[in-house]
Design a protein around this ligand. Structure first.
Ligand SMILES: Nc1ncnc2c1ncn2[C@@H]1O[C@H](COP(=O)(O)OP(=O)(O)OP(=O)(O)O)[C@@H](O)[C@H]1O
Ligand SMILES: [Mg+2]
Length: 614
């Protein structure tokens, strides 16, 4: 909030970059306000040169003139952290959009802002420490119940050294009311509220890690997404990183939405960065009504940071940092947080625009030379943390990349690939065939398949990783045979090769593809993946005495149709059991209905059901 007086002047304007001159010391990343007749425009200093500085303004700069007064603060762009964040829809500067819309109407004027946390709401604070306790930064002094979570109230993360708890209160308080009083080593006393601030560009546990008040751990567990191709073939670790690059319309947003809905994270932070406003509205409406598999509605555990294509570009960059900081805050409470950013390309484009206006020397395709380190800087904030009270929290980060023309060689995709450990590459060829999710098994990879091997061995099955690898190999073999057939026709390959190709296709149809719009198939919990994978694998490993290619083709078509129906059937139902036994029957008879006795035949009516129609 602007409190000081005007202490600088505008001396130049280029787009949303404003050059100021001041006699007070100027600090990089400090927040300032440009005063124009009817508004105060918020900005951030990006570059300091003597008594001048360039600042990006998070708003339209129309009407800003040389000579306008500027108020430079000593604050950094910060996130307000405290109870009441869940369920909120913020812009990149943490203005609550629902509250602004209620107060000012749907068309926001320039320079409007509102408090990030509801200032009137009272929260029931339950202290967990007694006066006299000696505490350090990040130590928990009490909790409030926020939706279904215990929101921990902690000693400010920037507090240096040990403090003594002088007093602590119990009761219902707003985020501005003091709930405790502390005395630092120098004997200075001050009040603590349930809200604290943290500069978004600095990793939140930075000081805590340096003082060994928390510990970074290696990710050793997967984040369950219930999407088969991800959990089985290209897993993401809890506290790990992933990217979803894909051409225009390949299904990045739909896939992220599915992951947000079904993943085993406690809290989901959705950063909508430069995407179409309509899509964001759809997500929010959907989340407000959709049931969370863990109880309540999805919005109860979600924070949306939204900076759509129609909002000022500069705040786009801030929105990612804001999202990460909120994620780090909930991780500090021992919760598992998933941050989803859609799309990081739009964020990089904002960076490119700003860098261009600052007349920096451009790197590849006009992106700033520091693109790589900026991308790394963001993803490096993911991870698993053990706090001093022994709880384990994680922040998993997943970003979509939308390379122009689907060309993965462009700088943003390349920088991201060099950073993340799971690559879920969507291909337009698969999307075009409506093979959803359009994650291409031929180009995607996950370093976590090896890294999490001990977990899979213990919790799924010994040898899981090797089996997955073997079936991954099959998809490549199948593709090679397919490519060969494109040239030579079916006649050009042996029956054995043709069968291998059919097996690879079967794996794709019934396991890699998953129907997002079917109530059962949309989400396959890991236990069911274990069972389903085992069945698929045993069906693939079999030797089938096919007479010819036509018989092989017909058999796998029928098998795929039956298996899809199995996928659509809820576990442990009669329907499921029936399809399961039909699969066994088909395998036994190879679908040779004419030759087999009538009782062993698979009735045609049961084969051509929902899946084969679809
Ligand atoms: N899993 C899926 N199941 C069925 N249809 C899907 C699936 N994923 C995507 N689609 C279809 O593809 C369309 C485009 O998907 P989506 O909006 O996610 O693409 P995108 O990659 O985010 O596109 P953009 O580059 O424009 O952001 C959807 O509207 C939907 O019709
Ligand atoms: Mg999209």
């Amino acid at each position: 909030m602007p409190t000081s007086t005007l202490n600088a002047r505008v001396v130049g304007i280029t787009g949303n970059i404003v050059r100021i001159r001041s006699d007070v010391p100027l600090i990089k990343n400090a927040i300032l306000f440009v005063h124009i007749c009817d508004a105060q425009l918020k900005g951030e200093i990006l570059r300091v040169q003597g008594n001048q500085a360039d600042a990006q303004i998070f708003d339209e700069t129309e009407g800003v003139r040389v000579g306008n007064g500027v108020e430079v603060t000593d604050q950094m762009l910060s996130a307000a952290l405290g109870p009441g964040l869940l369920g909120m829809v913020y812009d990149g500067l943490q203005n609550p959009l629902q509250a602004l819309a209620q107060r000012d109407g749907f068309f926001l004027a320039r320079g409007t802002s509102a408090a990030a946390l509801d200032e009137a709401r009272r929260w029931k604070f339950a202290p967990s420490r007694k006066p006299g306790a000696r505490l350090r930064a990040g130590d928990v002094i009490g909790t409030v119940t926020e939706r279904r979570f215990q929101h921990k109230i902690m000693i400010p993360f920037g507090e240096l050294g040990e403090v003594e708890l002088c007093s602590i209160r119990v009761g219902e308080f707003t985020v501005h009311d003091p709930v405790a009083r502390i005395r630092d080593g120098a004997g200075r006393e001050r009040d603590i509220t349930m809200m604290q601030h943290w500069p978004v560009r600095r990793p939140l546990p930075e000081k805590l890690l340096r003082q060994q008040l928390c510990e970074r751990l290696y990710p050793i567990e997967p984040l369950g997404t219930t999407i088969r191709i991800i959990d089985t073939f290209f897993p993401i670790a809890r506290g790990g990183t992933a990217c979803i690059p894909g051409p225009f319309g390949a299904g990045k947003t739909v896939l992220q939405g599915l992951i947000a809905r079904f993943s085993t994270a406690d809290i989901v932070i959705q950063v909508a960065c430069g995407e179409r406003a309509g899509e964001v509205v759809e997500t929010i409406e959907d989340f407000a009504t959709a049931k969370d598999p863990h109880g309540g509605v999805l919005m109860d555990r979600t924070i949306v940071i939204c900076n759509t294509s129609s909002m000022p570009v500069a705040a786009r960059e801030a929105s990612i940092y804001m999202g990460v900081t909120l994620g780090e805050y909930y991780r500090q409470m021992g919760l598992n947080v998933l941050l989803i950013a859609d799309s990081t390309s739009r964020w990089a484009q904002a960076m490119r625009e700003t860098s261009g206006r600052l007349e920096e020397i451009p790197g590849e395709e006009g992106f700033p030379a520091y693109l790589d380190s900026s991308v790394k800087g963001i993803y490096e904030r993911a991870g698993v943390l053990k706090t001093k009270d022994g709880s384990l929290g994680s922040l998993t980060m997943m970003g979509t990349v939308s390379p122009a023309g689907g060309n993965f060689d462009e700088p943003v995709t390349q920088s991201t690939l060099a950073t993340v450990k799971t690559f879920l590459g969507l291909s337009s060829a698969r999307a075009y065939k409506r093979f959803y999710p359009a994650v291409d098994p031929l180009i995607s990879w996950s370093r976590y398949l090896d890294q999490l091997k001990p977990y899979f061995d213990e919790h799924l099955r010994h040898g899981w990783t090797d089996d997955v690898r073997a079936l991954s190999k099959l998809t490549h073999e199948g593709d090679a045979i397919y490519q060969m057939m494109q040239v030579t026709g079916e006649e050009g390959v042996t029956l054995g090769d043709y069968t291998t190709y059919q097996k690879a296709l079967f794996l794709d149809m019934v396991y890699l593809q998953q129907d997002a719009y079917d109530a059962v198939d949309a989400s396959t919990p890991i236990e069911r993946q274990l069972e389903s994978f085992g069945l698929v694998r045993s069906l693939i490993q079999r030797d089938y005495p096919f007479k010819d290619k036509e018989e092989a083709r017909q058999f796998f078509t029928k098998l795929s149709a039956l298996f899809k129906n199995l996928n659509y059937s809820a576990s442990n139902t009669e329907e499921y059991k029936s399809y399961r036994s039909q699969v066994d029957e088909l395998v036994k008879t190879l679908g040779r209905t004419a030759a087999a006795p009538a009782t062993e035949a698979v009735p045609e009516s049961q084969v051509s059901t929902r899946a084969s129609v679809a």
